[in-house]
Structure formats: structure tokens, C-alpha cells
Design a protein around this ligand. Structure first.
Ligand code: PHE
Length: 342
């Protein structure tokens, strides 16, 4: 019996297990009611009285050894599992993926437009949205009774003592620049502008513009045309054609409006261009000498050109947004469509 106990002892000391199931099997094999150790306890009855004390002690030791051994096998398996789990964790991963925003279509198009002008040497100029009459109208040769000065067309913040208003075009940034900088001046002025219009799919009380100004010696209308042609081709494709139609603005003389060949039908005529093959995109002209003088630039030495266009219009041509209101409603279903354009 003692020999049996010692044999079992050394077997148990050497037990190994590689899974929880194996540990359980060992428990059943040694410690369950019909397990090997329990059977030895049954045999204990037949041990002679004089050996009972010694054998009983050995049996108890054996049982403790087996219980501890199996518990420690179980524990080391659990420890290993935990360690494996930790090394397989990527702690640098974001816990839950963060929803990513998209750039607003107007920002995308604005950036693209500014890029094109930057490559042609234009720098960006900025100015306030809340303006005074001088920078928006008077310095730009608007007559006193020009309709733009009317409440119906312009948002006035106060009319007395001086007119304070929301700029109706970013030409005000051009006047501010001309007042302080010396020619040559070559700037583009992006920004939000406000007009007192009823909001509909085709008009809004605010929109965005990029206006350009170049003042130097010997600047001609041909220079203007070339810059605008380059812009149109880089923005809408190398096959794009332009045409300039005579127009009128108080601050330019001569003035023109520019059309590009419809980028939907390639100029053949379609519903979008009302079957003319052309779509209007901007106003432009040679800076009126009165404007140069009003801003302290000698109109005998310098000439210049200016142009201005709406970013919404260009965006519509690129992305076919049918309703202007979409740009300011912050509907994520609309904004999400520009994910790919990020
Ligand atoms: N300021 C004009 C507008 O807002 C655009 C323009 C700019 C026209 C420069 C000619 C020259 O409509």
C-alpha cells in the first residue's frame, strides 16, 4: 500500500495538462469518488491496525498533493490564457472607430480654385464681412442712387451716423488692399458675401465669392483673358472654351461677363445650358481709373483688371448641386456624398 502511495505521489508530481479539459480529466482520474485516490481510501479499511496511523497520514498527504497539483495546473493554464490575450491586443488601436467628417463641397472647390490662382502668382487677401459704405460702394464708383445701395438689395446694420453693412461682394477687400499696398498688386479675395434676396433653390441671402485683382504697369485686357482661360481650363478641363460678352459694372471699364462652354454637353447644347452650349461663370473688366484714384493709385501710371465669381456656381458646375439651400442646411446625407473627394 505504501509503495502504491509513493508511486502515485511521483506520478502526480509530474502531471501536466495543456487544456482545461485535460485538467478536468485528471481530477476525475485521481480525486472523484471512483478516482484512484478514493479507491485507496477504500482499501484503507484492510490496513493492519499498527500501520493505520502511518498509512493514513501518507494517504492524506497524497490527497492534498493531488488537490494542489491539479489546482496549480488549472491556474497556470488561466495565467497563460491571460498572457496570450494581452500580447494579442493592439493597444494602439482606437477603441471604437471615430466617425470621420468630410470637407464641405464649397471648401473643396474654394481650395481648388485658390490653388489654380496661387500657381499663377496670386496671393490671398482677407477682409471683414461687416463693412462700411466706402469700401463696398463709394470707392468702387457706385453712383449715389445705385440700386445696390437700397435696403432691398443690401443688409444694413446701421445707417447713421455712418453706413454699416454686410458686404455684398468681396471687391471691398480689393479696395482695402489698394489703399494700403503699392502696385504691383496680384490678389484673390475669397469670402462670404450677403445680399437681401428671398431664399429659394436658385438664390440665397449669403453666398461665397472669389474675386481677383491685378494692378501693374501695362496690364491689358488680353492679360485678363489669358488668366481666365487658364483658370477655366484647369478647373473644367483642357478642352474648355471661353467667351467674353460686354457687360457693365460701376468699377470696371470696359466690363464683361464670361461664359464657359457647357461642361455637361461639351458645348453642343443641353438642358443644363438651356441649349446654348454656354454657361456664365463670372464678371470681369479693367479697373475703372476712378477706382484707382479713389484708392490712391495713379491711374496715369497703372492699369489693372478685376474679376469676380461665385463659388456656389462653380461648385454647381462641378458637382451638379440643384438646390443652393443644400450648401447651408448641414444635412449629413448631402455632405457624406463628398467623402471620396476628401
Ligand atoms: N463684384 C462683382 C459682383 O459681385 C463681380 C466683379 C468683380 C465684376 C470684379 C467685375 C470685376 O458681382
Amino acid at each position: 500500500m505504501i509503495e502504491k502511495i509513493n508511486q502515485l505521489k511521483s506520478r502526480i508530481a509530474a502531471l501536466t495538462a495543456s487544456s482545461a479539459e485535460e485538467v478536468e480529466q485528471l481530477r476525475v482520474q485521481y480525486l472523484s469518488k471512483k478516482g484512484e485516490i478514493s479507491l485507496l481510501f477504500n482499501d484503507f479499511r484492510s490496513v493492519p491496525a499498527e500501520s493505520k496511523r502511518e498509512v493514513g497520514q501518507l494517504l492524506n498527504e497524497l490527497k492534498t498533493l493531488a488537490t494542489e497539483r491539479i489546482a496549480s495546473l488549472r491556474q497556470s493554464l488561466l495565467d497563460k490564457e491571460e498572457a496570450d490575450f494581452e500580447t494579442s491586443l493592439d493597444l494602439t488601436r482606437t477603441a471604437t472607430p471615430l466617425p470621420q467628417g468630410t470637407r464641405h463641397p464649397l471648401s473643396l472647390v474654394k481650395a481648388e480654385m485658390l490653388d489654380i490662382f496661387a500657381r499663377m502668382g496670386f496671393t490671398i487677401a482677407d477682409g471683414p464681412e461687416v463693412e462700411d459704405d466706402w469700401h463696398v460702394f463709394s470707392s468702387l464708383n457706385f453712383a449715389d442712387d445705385h440700386p445696390a445701395r437700397d435696403m432691398q438689395d443690401t443688409f444694413f446694420i446701421s445707417r447713421n451716423p455712418a453706413d454699416v453693412l454686410l458686404r455684398t461682394h468681396t471687391s471691398s477687400v480689393q479696395t482695402r488692399t489698394m489703399e494700403t499696398a503699392k502696385p504691383p498688386i496680384r490678389i484673390v479675395c475669397p469670402g462670404r458675401v450677403y445680399r437681401n434676396e428671398a431664399i429659394s433653390a436658385r438664390a440665397h441671402c449669403f453666398f461665397h465669392q472669389i474675386e481677383g485683382l491685378y494692378i501693374d504697369k501695362n496690364v491689358s485686357f488680353a492679360d485678363l483673358r489669358q488668366v481666365l482661360l487658364t483658370f477655366a481650363r484647369q478647373m473644367f478641363g483642357a478642352e474648355t472654351r471661353i467667351r467674353l460678352r460686354p457687360s457693365y459694372f460701376p468699377f470696371t471699364e470696359p466690363s464683361a461677363e464670361m461664359d464657359i462652354s457647357c461642361n455637361l454637353c461639351g458645348g453642343k447644347g443641353c438642358g443644363f445650358c438651356k441649349h446654348t452650349g454656354w454657361v456664365e461663370i463670372l464678371g470681369c473688366g479693367m479697373v475703372d481709373p476712378n477706382v484707382l484714384e479713389a484708392c490712391g493709385i495713379d491711374s496715369g501710371t497703372y492699369t489693372g483688371y478685376a474679376f469676380g465669381m461665385g463659388i456656389e456656381r462653380i461648385t454647381n458646375l462641378k458637382y451638379r448641386v440643384k438646390d443652393l439651400r443644400m450648401f447651408s442646411e448641414n444635412d449629413v446625407r448631402f455632405l457624406d456624398e463628398f467623402v471620396a473627394a476628401k
